[in-house]
Design a protein around this ligand. Structure first.
Ligand code: AGP
Length: 626
């Protein structure tokens, strides 16, 4: 949930001289990681001759920390660590902000995760006369590390010992004045990647921390300790055995993670959606047009034997899974259950070797989903993850991964990842249908042609966005909005409600349109805004007329109806106060288009209410705590 950065480097070819670079690098990294949490921020610096760590920390956004540093500048340094926080233990206060110091101010520690046994460790340290300034679990880790450092005499060994004493999830970074050219990190369940530079090295929660300086990265596996100096990267596991990190080159550049001229990351990412769908499709068919998913390293015989699919995910990713359910069941004739990961994790699911569990996650770090992945594998299931963030934890703990290629999604509210997740899930469904013989190759080709036509149609819907924005501005006073959809658009209705909740802080609820008459219709009174997603009149589901009837039902009771309908579907005109037209598309492809007006509506309503579109209150981009 938090963002962490570490840096150590030499400036000149010769000796490592203190400079402003460590602080500059860490602050730039924190700026790019702020979407991971922004309750507070802090930095710690070391250099030869320091008898204490130099540090600054402040509650609130990174700009608050920058102001503190401007007011009382920090000294030049040779190594630094930095942290943006999403509060778990202890409120977002200055005292609880990271870094946390120990060893008489000579040691600084930052942390991402939750240490579950911090209370017993704290009690033990208190008994030994240690005093604490904050309410955090991180300060306990800092004091424990200090104690272990005094006995081990080596920061790497002390970190290893400390890591074996902690339970829960943690990525820890530490600097000590005794080793002013060194940063030591440890990871268990929370993410940590190494950035490899020339005469300098980096650590970060994800590659955004150092993408401005290097694209050469190294994955750290579970339960590893990394020690970086300007010219070395050493890795051991928690037993002390030497280990090797897996190098890779980051496939997007620093600019891709910037706003590109848009007013917000979310606006940029809505506009990225045609490319996100196209890139996720790219390279996934062979010369003859057959689906080829090279990265899926699950035995084909096993995939043919799969008799159940369980999708596990949270939030928007879960809604993408629900959309995919309709397609995969229709194409593959395999039952698909969609489970909220945090529910799946704690029930006794019926899972066996013939169950394929599909974990969908943009960040690849969602703790609820990661724990559900582990639970599924313990039960004997194969896990295939559909993830956007390359090198993240969930793919590393899955049997196979199908990456979406949406590029970095910075805005907390997910948009392009949603479309990319549906696209990837559709590719998986077509792959299984092709492998299992449920669909002839010409049928697969037809489906692929429909998918390949989507990016252009997405662009068309985006270009119609101004009308949606004008409607949103007129709804500034709305306090409750309902969203109706049927069949494959029912999850889209729920996604539209989630966007409005998390962006405009308005109560919103998505319903299956057929469910309205079983109770929720009592909510309808004069002027109640209701969005309705109408299937194509050409849809063979027979649902078009029923959904039009649903619009009449709510309109008759005073609702203000906002209808999403296919170009040319004039049947809806008499019953719609506003119509957001989308291009014609096959039934199963409609979610990739219908979601976009809902994204734009929520973004614009949040904007007109003066809210932070990219970093809504109480939220973080990656929920790495259970
Ligand atoms: C979506 O707008 C939300 N930010 C949230 O529901 C998110 O989809 C959920 O936390 C899952 O995140 P993940 O895809 O990174 O696992």
């Amino acid at each position: 949930m938090c963002g962490i950065v570490g840096y150590t480097g030499r400036q000149a070819a010769a000796a490592v001289e203190p400079s402003t670079r460590p602080l500059e690098v860490v602050m730039e990294g924190l700026r790019r990681l702020e979407y991971r949490g922004y309750d507070s921020a802090g930095v710690a610096l070391v250099a030869p001759g320091f008898d204490q760590v130099a540090w600054a920390k402040k509650s609130g956004k990174l700009s608050n920390l920058a102001a503190v540093i401007d007011a009382s500048p920090l000294p030049d340094a040779t190594a630094a660590i930095g942290h943006t926080r999403w509060a778990t233990h202890g409120g977002p206060t200055d005292l609880n902000a990271h870094p946390h110091l120990a060893d008489d101010g000579r040691l600084a520690v930052i942390h991402n995760g939750i240490i579950e046994n911090f209370a017993e460790l704290k009690a033990e340290l208190l008994d030994q006369g240690v005093t604490f300034l904050s309410e955090t679990d991180t300060e306990v880790a800092a004091q424990l590390l200090a104690r272990n450092y005094r006995s081990a005499g080596n920061l790497t060994e002390a970190m290893r010992i400390t890591a074996t004493m902690l339970r829960g999830t943690f990525t820890l970074l530490a600097v000590h004045t005794d080793n002013p050219h060194t940063v030591v990190g440890a990871r268990h369940d929370s993410p940590l990647v190494v950035g490899i530079g020339e005469g300098e090295n980096f650590l970060g929660s994800d590659v955004a921390a150092f993408i401005a300086y290097t694209k050469e990265a190294m994955e750290l596996a579970q339960d590893q300790i990394v020690t970086i100096t300007p010219d070395s990267i050493d890795i051991i596991d928690f037993t002390g055995a030497r280990a090797e990190g897996k190098r890779y080159t980051v496939d997007w550049d620093a600019n891709a993670a910037e706003k590109g001229g848009f007013s917000s990351f979310m606006d940029k990412e809505i506009h990225d959606q045609p490319q996100a769908v196209a890139d996720t499709l790219r390279g996934r068919t062979d010369a003859s047009g057959h689906i080829q998913l090279d990265e899926i390293r699950i035995d084909e015989a096993l995939l043919r034997s799969v008799d159940k699919i369980i999708v596990i995910a949270c939030g928007t990713a879960a809604y993408a899974g629900q959309v995919a359910k309709y397609a995969i069941e229709h194409w593959c004739r395999i039952p698909v259950e969609v489970e909220l990961a945090h529910e799946f994790r704690y029930r006794d699911p019926i899972v066996d070797a013939q169950t394929l569990v599909v974990a969908i996650s943009q960040s690849g770090e969602t703790m609820d989903t990661l724990m559900a992945v582990r639970h599924a594998r313990e039960q004997g299931a194969k896990v295939l993850s559909i993830v956007n963030a390359h090198g993240s934890t969930i793919p590393r703990e899955s049997d196979a991964v199908l990456y979406t290629h949406a590029g970095p999604e910075i805005a907390v509210a997910s948009t392009k990842a949603f479309l990319a997740q549906i696209t990837a899930a559709y590719l998986l469904g077509m792959y299984l249908a092709q492998l299992r013989g449920n669909k002839f190759s010409d049928e697969i080709d037809a489906l692929l042609r429909e998918l390949r036509a989507i990016p252009e149609k997405v662009e068309t819907v985006i270009q119609r966005g101004e009308y949606v924005k004008a409607t949103a501005r007129s709804m500034k006073q709305a306090t409750s909005v309902l969203f109706l959809g049927r069949h494959v658009s029912y999850p889209v209705a729920m996604e539209g409600a989630l966007k409005l909740k998390e962006l405009a802080y308005i109560h919103a609820e998505g319903f299956a349109a057929g469910e309205l008459k079983h109770g929720p219709i009592a909510l309808i009174d004069e002027g109640q805004p209701v969005f309705v997603i109408v299937p194509s009149p050409r849809s063979r589901t027979g649902l078009h007329s029923k959904v039009v009837s649903n619009i009449q039902e709510v309109r008759a009771r005073g609702a203000k109806t906002f209808v999403i309908a296919e170009d040319g579907d004039d049947t809806v005109v008499p019953y719609a106060d506003e119509i957001f037209w989308i291009p014609q598309a096959p039934t199963l492809m409609q979610p990739l288009l219908a979601a976009i007006p809902l994204q734009i509506f929520a973004m614009e309503l949040a904007t007109v209410k003066g809210l932070d579109v990219d970093q809504p209150r109480n939220l973080a981009k990656s929920v790495t705590v259970e």
